[in-house]
Design a binder for this molecule. Structure first.
Ligand code: ADP
Ligand code: MG
Length: 237
């Protein structure tokens, strides 16, 4: 984890695997985007981060991922985290399985890639080139690339934003299943309220550079959007 200008960055012990953010501040050319964000994610908790376009969701996620050296504040994150972005960022000149294990070393990388690809239903495409995949398949490869790292924290930045409605539903169901099986802490950035309510334990609203609202989604899983409890929650956000 890069320390950058953060006043304090401490990896939590492996036993915990949660997130603690205090007073996170980020400005671009003097314009304040994050104005003292406090955020906790318990180990294994699924948190959704909602907010208008431009409210700073990606900026917050990038800071938590350790990708932003210009943020200030206190940030405790697990050492092992993995990020999935809206665009899959697969390398076009590497076959699918090599994309999954990119940057990893050790024995049997192909076997590890195949196991991760099996989890997202894409083992059969292990030797394909990324350009031959659909958008939904590419995002599933990006998920496999995150999973193979067995992260304690999974950071998802609008991972389904570019998918059509049906593919998005399938991808949401896949993420719900993977989270149930592996139980990483998750921070899911999305502007889709229904997606947040479908997947998360808690939904946070980012506005004016701060966490402005928070709702606990104590609806048992598996969830259906037809559940009457969703209506008042939807109105609150
Ligand atoms: P969101 O993900 O909620 O749509 P972002 O975090 O991407 O919002 O951006 C929040 C604000 O910060 C936007 O006004 C954006 O233009 C600005 N911003 C983000 N990254 C940079 C950057 N690298 N340089 C300058 N401005 C940036
Ligand atoms: Mg964004």
């Amino acid at each position: 984890m890069s320390q950058g200008h953060l006043t304090e960055v401490r990896p939590l012990s492996d036993a915990t695997g949660g997130v603690r953010v205090r007073g996170l501040r980020r400005a671009f050319s003097g314009r304040v985007v994050l104005d003292g964000v406090d955020l906790d994610i318990a180990p294994g908790e699924f948190v959704a981060l909602l907010g208008a376009s431009g409210s700073g969701k990606s900026t917050l996620l990038r800071a938590v991922a350790g990708l932003d050296t210009g943020a200030e504040g206190v940030l405790d994150v697990p050492g092992e985290s993995a990020v999935v972005f809206q665009e899959h960022r697969l390398l076009p000149w590497s076959r699918v399985w090599r994309n999954v294990t990119l940057g990893l070393t050790g024995p049997d990388l192909r076997g590890r890639a195949l196991r991760a690809l099996t989890e997202v239903g894409l083992a059969a495409r292990a030797d394909a080139w990324p350009s031959t995949l659909s958008g939904g398949e590419s995002q599933r490869v990006a998920l496999a690339r995150a999973l193979v790292r067995t992260p304690k924290l999974l950071l998802l930045d609008e991972p389904f934003g570019a998918l059509d409605a049906l593919t998005r539903l399938k991808a949401q169901a896949l993420v719900a299943r993977l989270w149930t099986q592996h139980r990483p802490a998750v921070l899911l950035v999305t502007h889709d309220v229904e997606e947040a309510l479908l997947l998360a334990d808690r939904a946070l609203l980012l506005a004016d550079g701060k966490v402005a609202d928070e709702i606990h989604v104590d609806i048992p899983r598996p969830r259906s959007l037809d559940h009457p409890r969703f209506a008042p929650l939807r109105r609150r956000l």
